[in-house]
Design a protein around this ligand. Structure first.
Ligand SMILES: O=P(O)(O)OC[C@H]1O[C@](O)(COP(=O)(O)O)[C@@H](O)[C@@H]1O
Ligand SMILES: [Mg+2]
Ligand SMILES: [Mg+2]
Length: 358
């Protein structure tokens, strides 16, 4: 149809590479391998029950979560599509405790790949959009097998990040450090075509996303923020807000990149051993990178998420991102002593708040 008049992902990558005269092409090859993995996962997701890919795999991953068949399949697809190309010194996946080594006999390269092969797993069986998330870092020792510590780099050091969303259409949304571009998959031609050049997050929004079932565990700055949104026109914000929760980080990110909004999965008091739900290296960092490249803001609630120095591969973190005005407001609420302290809480939250603490 019209697809052939459009820029392909390969053409886009070549045009980006022209800005780096010393580039060898390894980086572009790696992105294309990731895109290849996403095409294969898209196909498996699209065939659903026909391909027998729904349901549990009967195993647990490193985080003690039951793996879905598609979690396991997507992980294998990602590893196989990328390990042979010579660009990588190692990989880290949500589904594996330790870094996945590049098999013997394959050339070792100068990049590290970190990924969540299937994000939003709880949505697979109910046929709601899921995705894959990836982050690319430089290997501290190119040409050598990467160690776990090599992956513990702050998000600002990412050289590229992106996600694929398997929704009504499959899209690849990518940043190689020069803004954010969206590519739509043409399943007949088997190609990603540039359909969303220079994606920008609108700075102002009236839409927020949070899992309200955790409200009793929220810290006061978060409760204050949500209460004020819910109070609508008659509250301190003076405008009505809409709310969404897909329980699929990729889908929430895609909505926010498309029409603005703010997402919160904050640190809370639910389980002191888990400072947040989402994982820093393969969820918060790549999504944070895309959001900031698109002019939005990504935070832990207290500080820019991309500045956090990781301590472990599967570390969790509080994550707030989206339209910059809202994220800045949430950071302000955390910084204000009245709301930042757990001992000082507004009577509003105790007496007539929708999200009561006691
Ligand atoms: O079920 P909850 O608590 O609402 O959590 C939803 C979050 O969990 C996730 O599904 C976690 O990702 P995985 O499916 O890769 O484990 C996110 O996509 C989503 O934002
Ligand atoms: Mg995930
Ligand atoms: Mg996952």
């Amino acid at each position: 149809m019209f697809s052939l008049e459009r820029t392909t992902l390969t053409e886009y990558l070549i045009s980006q590479r022209r800005q780096h005269p010393g580039a060898t092409g390894e980086f572009n090859a790696l992105i294309l391998q990731v895109a290849q993995a996403c095409k294969a996962i898209s196909r498996a997701v699209a065939h659903g029950a026909l391909a027998g890919v729904l349901g549990s795999a009967g195993t647990e991953n490193v985080q003690g979560e039951t793996q879905k068949k598609l979690d396991v399949m997507a992980d294998e697809i990602f590893c196989r599509a990328t390990h042979w190309g010579g660009a990588l010194a190692g990989m880290v996946s949500e589904e594996n405790e330790a870094p996945v080594p590049i098999p013997e006999g394959h050339k070792l390269g100068k990049y590290l790949l970190v990924f969540d092969p299937l994000d939003g797993s709880s949505n697979i069986d109910v046929n709601v959009a899921v995705g894959s998330i990836f982050s690319i870092l430089r290997a501290p020792t190119p040409g050598k097998h990467a160690e776990a510590d090599d992956f513990l780099q702050a998000g600002v050091k990412q050289v590229a990040a992106g996600y694929a969303i398997y929704g009504p259409s499959t899209m690849l949304v990518l940043s190689v450090g020069n803004g954010v571009a969206g590519f739509t998959f043409d399943p007949i031609l088997g190609e990603f075509f540039l359909t969303h050049a220079d994606i920008r997050v609108p700075t102002v929004t009236q839409e927020f996303a949070i899992n309200a079932s955790n409200s009793r565990f929220w810290e006061s700055p978060v409760r204050r923020y949500v209460e004020e949104c819910l109070a609508g026109k008659s509250g301190p914000r003076g405008k009505d807000f809409n709310m969404r929760w897909v329980a699929s980080l990729v889908a929430e990110t895609h909505r926010i990149l498309t029409r603005g909004g703010v997402f919160l999965y904050p640190r809370d008091r639910k389980d002191p051993s888990k400072p947040g739900r989402l994982r820093l290296l393969y969820e918060a960092n790549p999504i944070g990178y895309l959001i900031e490249q698109a002019g939005g803001r990504a935070s832990t609630g207290l500080l820019p998420v991309l500045e956090v120095e990781p301590e472990s591969l599967h570390q969790r973190i509080g994550f707030v991102f989206g339209s910059s005005e809202e994220v800045e407001r949430i950071e302000r609420y955390h910084a204000e002593p009245l709301f930042g302290s757990e001992t000082h809480e507004l009577p509003l939250f105790h007496s007539r708040g929708l999200f009561l603490t006691t």
